[in-house]
Design a protein around this ligand. Structure first.
Ligand SMILES: Cc1cc2nc3c(=O)[nH]c(=O)nc-3n(C[C@H](O)[C@H](O)[C@H](O)COP(=O)(O)OP(=O)(O)OC[C@H]3O[C@@H](n4cnc5c(N)ncnc54)[C@H](O)[C@@H]3O)c2cc1C
Length: 405
């Protein structure tokens, strides 16, 4: 008989895990997926495209219902898991039902951080995480509202771009002195800022929110330095926090995320975690690629094959507010490294390659990202670059000529 395996969360990591499990252990497990969003798993990354009107909401579904059925998966969505009874191997769900498991996988993702400032409880303060948020933001944009987006990272820029494209008047506030400071160096961030501003989005840096003003609904955002921005709505896009409550209340070790070992197992035998809710070797990843790598390893482990996850080299390769951006590895350049830079601001292009001990260790690209995956490969493989160093900046094809010569 198949062993009961329950997955909590019906997001991107869960869908990939089922896919990988079907490849390596079809029939070994009777899988049930419990997800609290009221729809089939979808590509969360594409919510930005839905907001920008470039993709329809029903087109972002990861797999159709028949795909789940064919893999024998019992799907319960619109249904929240509320408690894990580790000893009895039982998961309670909001409808007072419970399901038994032999193995349990937590794939609960993250929740958006909300600033704890006066006025944060006013009507008109929202987040950008799921498709219900997108429906709401599209309504705001259609009403041509004045929207303040808080957070100048990927998510904030995506929210600002989508809202502006859909008709809202958008001001983006960022606490730091440059956009996407965890992925970009100062020149790249400056170029991105001017490209985003050219799309009609106002950007305020060093903007520390003091309070939200309004009677019942939001009317303005006040900054610590006294600046005041009139607003009908505020969107928090200033970071995420892994959803660990379920694990924590069950006595499973958590730190920032749910702590897992190289097999993605938590402190409780037979209970695993992956994706944004998991913390591996002190790192919680906020991107989809590490979640997919973890899904591959966990599926192999659950199939009884040798498998270990040793962490991911994180790369950001995306279109931010319509601008192509790539960043990977040590993009700032640690002591002792050298930077190779090509900057053509008026053509909207910036490239920086970081070289250390004869190897490429980091890269930042804005505008032209054609060779991004090649740079990522060089960083990941730690391949010596002496033979291609002088042409590497100009892309794979030219560097290839250099290698052959
Ligand atoms: C707008 C947007 C744009 C993004 N763009 C990018 C990008 O360009 N590149 C990139 O790499 N990443 C991007 N990300 C991040 C990426 O979407 C996440 O890294 C990825 O979705 C993580 O997958 P996950 O399965 O861990 O979490 P999620 O996809 O969030 O899935 C977790 C699911 O678990 C459910 N859940 C939580 N608690 C419970 C419970 N107790 N019971 C039942 N269900 C529960 C949640 O409702 C959710 O449906 C973006 C995210 C957003 C919001």
């Amino acid at each position: 008989m198949s062993e009961p395996l329950v997955i909590v969360g019906n997001g991107m990591a869960a869908a990939r895990l089922v896919d990988e499990l079907a490849k390596v252990a079809l029939g070994r497990y009777a899988i049930a997926v419990i997800g609290d969003e009221p729809r089939l798993a979808y590509n969360r990354v594409l919510l930005s495209s839905v907001l920008a009107g470039e993709t329809a909401s029903h087109d972002i579904e990861l797999k159709p219902a028949a795909w789940w059925q064919q893999r024998g998966v019992t799907l319960k969505y619109g249904c929240r898991a509320t408690e894990i009874d580790v000893g009895r191997r039982e998961l309670k769900i909001a409808s007072h039902e419970s399901v038994s498991f032999s193995k349990l996988v937590l794939a609960t993702g993250s929740s958006p951080l909300r600033l704890n400032v006066p006025g944060a409880e006013l009507a008109g303060v929202h987040t950008f995480r799921d498709s219900r948020d997108v429906d709401l933001l599209l309504t705001l944009a259609a009403q041509k509202k004045r929207v303040v987006v808080i957070g100048g990272g990927l998510l904030g820029l995506e929210a600002a771009y989508g809202l502006a494209k859909a008709g809202a008047s958008v001001t983006l506030l960022h606490l730091m002195d440059r956009l996407m400071e965890r992925q970009l160096d100062a020149p790249a961030a400056e170029l991105l800022k001017s490209l985003v501003e050219s799309k009609g989005i106002k950007i305020l840096l060093n903007a520390n929110t003091a309070r939200f003003d309004g009677e019942t609904g939001i009317e303005a955002v006040e900054l610590v330095d006294g600046r005041r921005i009139d607003a009908d709505a505020v969107i928090f896009a200033a970071g995420i926090r892994p959803n660990v409550a379920l694990a924590k209340e069950a006595g499973i070790a958590v730190n920032r995320g749910i702590v897992v070992d190289d097999c993605l197992q938590t402190g409780a035998p037979g209970i695993f975690a992956l994706g944004e809710c998991a913390e591996h070797r002190g790192t919680c990843y906020g991107l989809v690629e590490p979640a997919y790598e973890q899904a591959r390893v966990l599926a192999r482990h659950l199939a009884g094959a040798p498998a270990a996850y040793s962490g991911s080299v994180v790369a950001t390769n995306l279109k931010v507010s319509g601008v192509s951006v790539f960043s990977a590895g040590d993009f700032m350049g640690a002591e002792g490294s050298e930077n190779l830079v090509l900057s053509d601001v008026s053509h909207g292009t910036y490239k920086k390659l970081v070289v250390s001990a004869g190897r490429l260790t980091g890269a930042v690209l804005v505008g032209d990202v054609q060779d991004a995956l090649w740079y990522l490969e060089l960083i990941r493989n730690r391949r010596p670059i002496a033979g291609i160093r002088d042409r590497m900046m100009f892309g794979r094809s030219l560097a290839g000529l250099a290698e052959a010569a």
